[in-house]
Design a protein around this ligand. Structure first.
Ligand code: ADP
Ligand code: MG
Length: 593
């Protein structure tokens, strides 16, 4: 027999396995979702590769996933006809952690521990293949890649620091292609091998997998069988004068086992939006993107005419990227299909501007070629049109959240993705009209709750022409700036721009509903109350004082002037009309360090 080779796990894998076996007890059942999602990925990969290499399908086997259980012995077998793995891939994929999902999990676990949080993160992230060890103490993976003429068997045990790989020699176990996973369940988890339980889990967690999932089920059909005639009946018949003998039958149930289709295979985006419930959309979202929280909003639409595509978009409830990754998001948030064939989740950047990279969803086009590449996408006129429509739909969806009766929803959205929209003000002039109504700021009249620009405009004084703002590093310091004195006396509202990016965003917008944004810290602030006579008088009286002060300060200031904008403070430092605001100076300084 060919040799059995032993390998050590990469250190991270050992750590993860240890965690899985010893601390992540709750929500064990997610193992099935993880393994089915791997099977589905493997089928996706094969289908995609076969577009350019039809030879891969020469074995003429269907694309499907089959789950067979042996409840007496506590065994679950999951077989797919996907891309399989070569020997080297077994080592790379099942012995190391290179995968984003799992790496993300480890990081979240660490963050949560650092924050004193609990360990109950498995349901939130899933730990991929290794989740098999939540329920199994031995896992055997027999797999065959079309790239190799041999089939290999990977075998690992919970609590072990190594695994083995050998060649499959049992002719009974040879696969036409794909992978067969066998889980030998732990004593306390043998219940998972009940066929009805597996069926329920598949329906719960994997109903939207786009390949058929069959489970091995016991079935029965009813059958009429002949039985001996009832003697009393016979007498009755004789009394009626009838002598013919009637055959009597009885219904019995005949049992047998067979594969049963357990999921809905029509992609949800092909269905009529009127017939899909919010629950179904949310389940699809959680299944597809491995999310545990419901999305804040979803939008399902079809476009016809010039280009034809279908899409379901979602706004997530939280930002997994953290605030730092705003500029270089690597998100895999948009799954692109061409005529139902999954192509890639790597093209977000081609389908959405980066500031909207938090939007998740599926896009299925009938107009793109199956062998579409990034280069093709970048050149394509069709993609340009798709992108426009997608962006528009994304904004409609966000606007929908902002108009929801539940104000908290939008607060949540803003908290997570407000920065993204502000980046949009800077990067996407074309959509200013869509972004501006979505912005939120604190103001001199609303220090605790953010307001929209519409709310500001509604609250403007009848003769007020401009929208006033002051940039600062916090609401408290904005509130205490001397620039506000005169304005507050007049009961005008001032926006407090307290996020470093706010000021740049506002300057890019320039105006809202034909009202200009005006920085109240700039020297030419005009509140429409100039009294020329009085100013002249003041200049005469204090002109020399100003000259004297300027002389004393020298180059430290550009100019010393008499001001009409203060009411109680004796003086204030202002920025020149064409210079940077104090806040911008602060930012530029921070950047140049
Ligand atoms: P992820 O699915 O996030 O990549 P997993 O831990 O679930 O992480 O799986 C690790 C890798 O193992 C997969 O990326 C894939 O390459 C490989 N793999 C797992 N299951 C299968 C399978 N059924 N068929 C082919 N490859 C698989
Ligand atoms: Mg996986």
């Amino acid at each position: 027999a060919p040799p059995v080779e032993k390998y050590e796990y990469q250190a991270e894998v050992s750590r993860l396995m240890d965690l899985i076996v010893n601390s992540l007890y709750s929500n064990k059942e997610v193992f099935l979702r993880e393994l089915i999602s791997n099977a589905s990925d493997a089928l996706d990969k094969l289908r995609f590769m076969s577009v350019t290499d039809p030879e891969l399908l020469k074995d003429a086997v269907d694309f499907d996933i089959r789950i067979q259980t042996d409840k007496d012995n506590g065994i679950i077998k999951i077989t797919d006809t996907g891309i399989g793995m070569t020997r080297q891939e077994l080592v790379d994929c099942l012995g190391t952690i290179a995968q984003s999902g799992t790496a993300k999990f480890l990081k979240a676990l660490k963050d949560s521990k650092d924050a004193g949080g609990d360990n109950n993160l498995i349901g939130q992230f899933g730990v991929g293949f290794y989740s098999a060890f939540l329920v199994a103490d031995r896992v055997v993976v027999s797999t065959r890649s079309p790239k190799s003429d041999k089939q290999y068997v990977w075998e690992g045990e919970a609590n072990a620091s190594s695994y083995t790989i050998r060649e499959e020699t049992d002719p009974e176990k040879l696969l036409p292609r794909g992978t067969c996973l066998t889980l030998y369940l732990k004593r306390d988890d043998k219940g998972f091998a009940h066929p009805e339980r597996i069926q329920r889990l598949v329906k719960n967690y994997s109903q939207f997998v786009s390949f058929p999932i069959y489970t091995w089920q016991e079935k029965g059909f009813t059958k009429e069988v002949e039985v001996d005639e009832d003697p009393t009946e016979a007498t009755k018949n004789e009394q009626d004068g009838k002598t013919e003998k009637k055959k009597k039958t009885k219904t019995v149930v005949e049992k047998y086992w067979d594969w049963e289709l357990t999921n809905e295979t029509q992609p949800i985006w092909l269905r009529n939006p009127k017939e899909v419930s919010t629950v179904e959309y949310n389940e699809f979202y959680k299944n597809t993107f491995n999310e545990y929280l419901e999305p804040l909003a979803s939008s399902h639409f079809t476009t016809e005419g010039e280009v034809e595509f279908r899409s379901i978009l979602y706004v997530p409830a939280v930002s997994p990227m953290g605030k730092d990754d705003l500029v270089n998001p690597k998100t895999k948030n948009i799954r692109l299909y061409v005529k139902r064939v999954f192509i890639s989740d790597d093209f977000d950047g081609e389908l959405f501007p980066r500031y909207l990279s938090f939007v998740k969803g599926v896009v299925d086009s009938n107009d793109l070629p199956l062998n579409v590449s990034r280069e093709i996408l970048q050149e394509s006129r069709i993609v340009r049109i798709m992108r426009k429509r997608l962006v528009r739909k994304a904004f409609d969806m966000i606007l929908g959240i902002s108009m929801s009766e539940n104000r908290e929803d939008y607060e949540k959205f803003w908290d997570n993705f407000g920065k993204h929209l502000k980046l949009g003000c800077i990067e996407d002039r074309e959509n200013h009209k869509r972004i501006a109504p979505l912005l939120r700021f604190f103001s001199s009249q609303s220090e605790a709750e953010m307001i929209s620009l519409d709310e500001y405009v509604e609250n403007m004084k009848p003769d007020q022409k401009d929208i006033y703002y002051i940039a600062s590093d916090s609401v408290t310091s904005a509130k205490n700036t001397p620039f506000l004195e005169k304005i507050l006396e007049k009961d005008l509202e001032v926006l407090f721009l307290v996020d470093p990016i706010d000021e740049v965003a506002i300057q890019n917008l320039k105006s809202y509903k034909e009202k200009n944004f005006v920085d109240i810290s700039k020297e030419d602030l005009d509140l429409g109350d100039k009294n020329e006579e009085k100013e002249k008088e003041m200049k005469q009286e204090f002109g020399q004082t100003c000259d004297w002060i300027k002389k004393r300060l020298g180059d430290k200031v550009a100019n010393v002037q008499i001001s009409s904008r203060l009411s109680s403070s004796p003086c204030v430092l202002v920025s020149g009309k064409f210079g940077w605001s104090a806040n911008m100076e602060r930012l530029m300084k921070a950047q140049s360090v």
